[in-house]
Design a protein around this ligand. Structure first.
Ligand code: IPM
Ligand code: MN
Length: 363
C-alpha cells in the first residue's frame, strides 16, 4: 500500500469548512481505490495563528512541509490582521512560494456544466485554459521591501533570465501535456501576457519567451498585452489554452478568469517547484461566509484533484473530475452567485455518492 505524507493547513475563515469537505472526498477516494493512503499532519498557520503566536507559521510546520510529499492548504488571512507596515499578516504566499522556490502557480480556469457564468452563450467546453503565473518574482518580489517616504512610495518589479526561462518552459510543457488544445481550434497555444509596449522588463521577458518557443514547434506561441488580455478573457476565452505571465498580472487575471466560470469558489491552484508543491484555492478566507453554510468547497476539492495528479494518482484525479462534472450535470448541487445551496457538507456528500458510481462504471 503506497502511503503519502500530507501536511494539512486548514487556514482561516471558511478554510476549515471547505478543507473538511475536501478531506471527506479524499477519504472516499482512498476507500474506493484501495491501493494508497494519505496520512495527514494537521497544522495551524495563517491570521488566527499570527494573532496568537506573533508569526504566521512555525518553524516546525515549515520543517514538516519540507519532509512531506505535498501540502494541502485552505485559504488564509483576515483583512483586519495586519503587520505594522500595513500588509496582511495572515498570508503565506511569500513564505511558502519563495521559501520553497515554488516558481509555477498553476491556475486552471474551466467552466463546469450548469454553473452560471456572466458570459452569455458560453457552454462548458468553451472555457478551458490554464494560467501559469510566475510565482517567485515580478512585482511581488518587492514584497516587504518597498520604499515608503513621506510623500512617495515605490515597489520594484524584478524579472530574471532564469525565472523567465523556467516559467516559459513550464508553460510549453503544460501545453503539450494537456489533454486538449484551445477550445476555439483545438490548437496547442501558449500566450505570453506582458506589457512590453511600456516597460523594458517585459520586453526582456518577451525575448526569452520567443527563444524558448523555438524549442516547441508543435505549440503556437503568441504575445498579448495585459490590458488586451483582460478584454480577451471576457470576449473570447475559447481562444486560450495556456497563458503564461508575471506574478501580479497572473494574480489579477486569474481572479478575472474565475469570475467568468462561476466565481473564485471554482478555482483551485497548485504551487509547484522542482521538488515540492502545495495545493490551495485561489481565493481568500471569505470571513463574511463563515457559519452560513453557503461556502462553495469546489475550489478546495479541485485542488485535492490537482494534488492527486501531482502524487501520480492520475486515474483517481480523473475519476474525481468526472464525479464533479457528473454531479453538476445532474444538479446534485447548485452553484449560484459564487455560493452553493447545502454548503460544503452537502457538496461532499453528493460527491461521495457520485464517486461510488464513477469507480463502479470504471470496472
Ligand atoms: C493569491 C492571493 C495571494 C497572492 C495573496 C493573499 C497574497 O491573492 O494566491 O492569488 O497575491 O498571491
Ligand atoms: Mn489573488
Amino acid at each position: 500500500m503506497k502511503s503519502y505524507r500530507i501536511v494539512v493547513l486548514p487556514g482561516d475563515g471558511i478554510g476549515p469548512e471547505i478543507v473538511d469537505a475536501a478531506l471527506a472526498v479524499l477519504d472516499k477516494i482512498q476507500e474506493l481505490a484501495g491501493d494508497f493512503r494519505l496520512s495527514y499532519d494537521f497544522r495551524q498557520a495563517g491570521a488566527a495563528y499570527y494573532l496568537e503566536h506573533g508569526e504566521t507559521i512555525s518553524e516546525e510546520t515549515i520543517e514538516a512541509i519540507r519532509k512531506s510529499d505535498a501540502t494541502f492548504k485552505g485559504p488564509v488571512g483576515l483583512p483586519g490582521v495586519r503587520r505594522p507596515d500595513g500588509t496582511e499578516a495572515g498570508v503565506l504566499g511569500g513564505i511558502l512560494r519563495i521559501g520553497f522556490d515554488l516558481y509555477a502557480n498553476i491556475r486552471p480556469i474551466r467552466l463546469f456544466p450548469k454553473v452560471a457564468t456572466p458570459l452569455r452563450d458560453k457552454v462548458p467546453e468553451s472555457i478551458d485554459y490554464v494560467i501559469v503565473r510566475e510565482n517567485t518574482e515580478g512585482l511581488y518580489a518587492s514584497r516587504g521591501r518597498g520604499l515608503v517616504m513621506e510623500q512617495a512610495a515605490t515597489d520594484t518589479l524584478l524579472l530574471t533570465r532564469k525565472g523567465c526561462e523556467r516559467i516559459c518552459r513550464f508553460a510549453f510543457d503544460l501545453a503539450l501535456r494537456k489533454a486538449k488544445g484551445a477550445p476555439e481550434d483545438n490548437r496547442r497555444r501558449v500566450t505570453l501576457v506582458e506589457k512590453s509596449n511600456v516597460l523594458r522588463s517585459f520586453y526582456f521577458f518577451r525575448e526569452i519567451f520567443a527563444q524558448i518557443a523555438k524549442q516547441y514547434p508543435a505549440v503556437e506561441a503568441e504575445n498579448l498585452y495585459v490590458d488586451a488580455a483582460a478584454a480577451a478573457l471576457v470576449m473570447k476565452p475559447e481562444h486560450f489554452q495556456v497563458i503564461v505571465t508575471e506574478n501580479m498580472f497572473g494574480d489579477i487575471l486569474s481572479d478575472l478568469g474565475g469570475a467568468t466560470i462561476g466565481g473564485l469558489g471554482m478555482c483551485p491552484s497548485s504551487n509547484v517547484g522542482d521538488e515540492r508543491a502545495y495545493f490551495e484555492p485561489i481565493h481568500g478566507s471569505a470571513p463574511d461566509l463563515i457559519g452560513k453554510n453557503r461556502a462553495n468547497p469546489l475550489s478546495q476539492i479541485l485542488a485535492a484533484g490537482m494534488m492527486l495528479d501531482y502524487l501520480g494518482r492520475k486515474k483517481d484525479a480523473a475519476l474525481l473530475d468526472q464525479a464533479i462534472w457528473r454531479a453538476l450535470e445532474k444538479d446534485l448541487f447548485r452553484i449560484s452567485s459564487g455560493q452553493v445551496e447545502g454548503g460544503a457538507k452537502g457538496v461532499a456528500a453528493a460527491l461521495k455518492g457520485e464517486l461510488e458510481r464513477c469507480y463502479q462504471d470504471r470496472k
